[in-house]
Design a protein around this ligand. Structure first.
Ligand SMILES: [Zn+2]
Length: 276
């Protein structure tokens, strides 16, 4: 079993460098890796030549929405996302919109105030909004999968990054049967291996397979910061809630990993329930 405290020590010694994600525009961090994975969208970012990366088409459209969401202007971000989803055939942009909807949905759900007596309006409104957004993020991921599917059938040479995007959609939809098949495609296509390794880490940590420990070990030792989020999940699944929370807190000081928000909330709920 992996020791959370050992990795908290390792984490505090890192001097990570920042780079703008070419996909979503977030400032993302790496601790010495050539290719690391974005702290917001989990797509690959090349750190080997800092500042040289040019934003992809998706970044110009998506980054302003993410900025609005980060400033707390959630309604404006949702409105902008609605406009972009309509008739869109860019699988990466659809994936990014799905991630954004999902994060806002989580924030709305967590924002409901349980301290209010009875079924007061703000509670019902937040829950309704969260459920509505859940339908939307699922729709975005399904659409992205369909687009990549089409490209896999018609292209002679498919971009491994698109197949990786499809894999991430399936993971976030918890469709592990298809994710396992897509994982094999990523492993066959990705000759640089960073995506193949990261996909195996995500799959094994989410599915809690025997591969989780060796994959985590490799990613943690290599300085992949998102791996610390998966370490926290791994610890939480084994009942080590306090250690998991400590890992997430240490990680927060270095990088803002968007997936952590939901996990912190779930850990706190479980801790509160155990106090009953
Ligand atoms: Zn990104």
């Amino acid at each position: 079993m992996l020791d959370g405290r050992r990795y908290i020590g390792l984490l505090s010694g890192y001097k990570p460098i920042g780079e703008r994600c070419p996909h979503c525009g977030t400032n993302t961090y790496s601790a010495g890796r050539k290719i690391s994975f974005c702290n917001f969208c989990e797509l690959p970012v090349d750190f080997s030549d800092p500042g040289a990366q040019y934003g992809q088409a998706s970044q110009a459209l998506f980054a302003p929405l993410l900025e609005q969401a980060n400033e707390g202007n959630l309604d404006a971000a949702i409105k902008g996302a609605e406009q972009l989803v309509k008739g869109n055939k860019d699988s990466q942009l659809l994936y990014l919109l799905g991630v954004l909807y999902r994060n806002i949905s989580t924030a709305r759900f967590q924002g409901k105030d349980y301290n209010q007596m009875g079924f007061m309006e703000p509670n019902a409104k937040n829950i309704r909004s969260s459920l509505d957004l859940t339908m939307r993020w699922k729709e975005c991921f399904f659409k992205a999968i369909k687009v990549v599917d089409g490209e896999m059938q018609t292209s002679v040479q498919i971009d491994p990054e698109l197949v990786f995007t499809r894999f991430m959609c399936e993971i976030r939809l918890q469709d592990y049967v298809n994710a396992a098949t897509t994982l094999r495609s990523v492993q066959t296509l990705d000759k640089k291996t960073a995506m193949a390794e990261y996909a195996l880490l995500v799959y094994s940590a989410e599915k809690n397979t025997k591969q989780a420990e060796p994959s985590l070990l490799k990613a943690l030792e290599s300085g992949e910061l998102n791996a610390y989020y998966y370490l926290a999940r791994y610890l939480a699944k084994r009942g080590k809630l306090r250690e998991a929370e400590m890992v997430l807190r240490s990680l927060e000081r270095i990088a803002r990993v968007s997936m952590s928000q939901e996990l912190v909330y779930r850990i706190r709920l479980t801790e509160d329930a155990s106090k009953l």
